[in-house]
Design a protein around this ligand. Structure first.
Ligand code: FE
Length: 257
């Protein structure tokens, strides 16, 4: 007969069996997926309630292989640019990614379209990360105390647009000002890139606090080793917002598979 102690040991041994471990893992993944699905659905509703501007409508209508063939629309495949060393996977699903860090407000509307058809891709997951005004990344170096500031994920709405609220990024040694971006469709990474800013605008923004408390930046677009490899096609179109700060837009053409 097995003593209680021994049956406990037997249970432990059984529960560490690879087959059971695999089943537990599968169940966890399934549960994670369900939670994620409901969060994403909520996020979609929130995005829809923002309303559709003319730019969104233009993207939504502009698609279709026929339109591409006729030359009525042309979608540029967004250049793949290095992910760099500061990516953290599975960040928070949220629109405001600042965690209260100071800086010039920046709203980003990032549209994802199928580069073959120009049609917007709804439900794509867009993941962004960038340095704060002091030039630090959360989770690294001087930003090590937090793993979340200036990082977040949003789902694209029916017009293919993911919206973020952040601040104008600060600079760090050896790089021009940029925002990193990753696009996932159905769990697969379909694009890894970087988004850039006009140097003239950065000069203007950096004349103000908190950016002006730091020395002048070392690198501009023209002498950035990543920007020179196709970065020109990833420059954000920026305009001033009446509410303060800037609105940055870009359309990213991606291959779905
Ligand atoms: Fe970077």
């Amino acid at each position: 007969m097995l003593s209680i102690g021994r049956s406990g040991e037997l249970r432990k041994r059984l529960s560490s069996h690879p087959f059971l471990k695999q089943r537990r893992y599968a169940r966890r993944v399934h549960e994670d997926r369900l939670t994620r699905k409901s969060i994403l659905r909520l996020a979609g509703l929130a995005a829809a309630s923002l309303g559709a501007g003319s730019w969104q409508a233009r993207i939504a209508q502009g698609g279709g292989p026929a339109a591409v063939e006729s030359g009525a629309v042309s979608c540029v495949l967004t250049p793949e640019l290095t992910e760099g060393p500061y990516y953290i996977a599975n960040e928070k699903l949220r629109r405001n990614i600042t965690d209260g860090h100071p800086g010039t407000p920046l709203v980003l509307q990032l549209a994802v379209v199928n580069a073959s058809t120009c049609k917007p891709i709804r439900g794509a997951t867009v993941d962004i990360w960038h340095a704060d005004a002091a030039g630090n990344y959360s989770g690294f170096g001087a930003g090590n105390a937090s793993r979340t500031f200036m990082r977040g994920i949003q789902k694209t709405d029916a017009s293919g647009i993911a919206t973020f609220r952040t601040i104008y990024p600060g600079w760090y040694q050896g790089r021009t000002v940029h925002v990193h971006v990753k696009v996932h469709v159905r769990g697969r990474v379909v694009h890894t890139g970087q988004l850039f800013f006009s140097d003239a605008l950065t000069d203007r923004v950096y004349r103000n606090a908190p950016y002006n408390k730091r020395p002048s930046r070392t690198t501009r677009n023209a002498n950035d080793l990543i920007f020179v490899n196709g970065g020109r096609k990833s420059i954000l179109s920026l305009r001033r917002r009446t509410a303060g700060g800037y609105l940055g837009k870009i359309t990213m053409g991606v291959h779905r598979s």
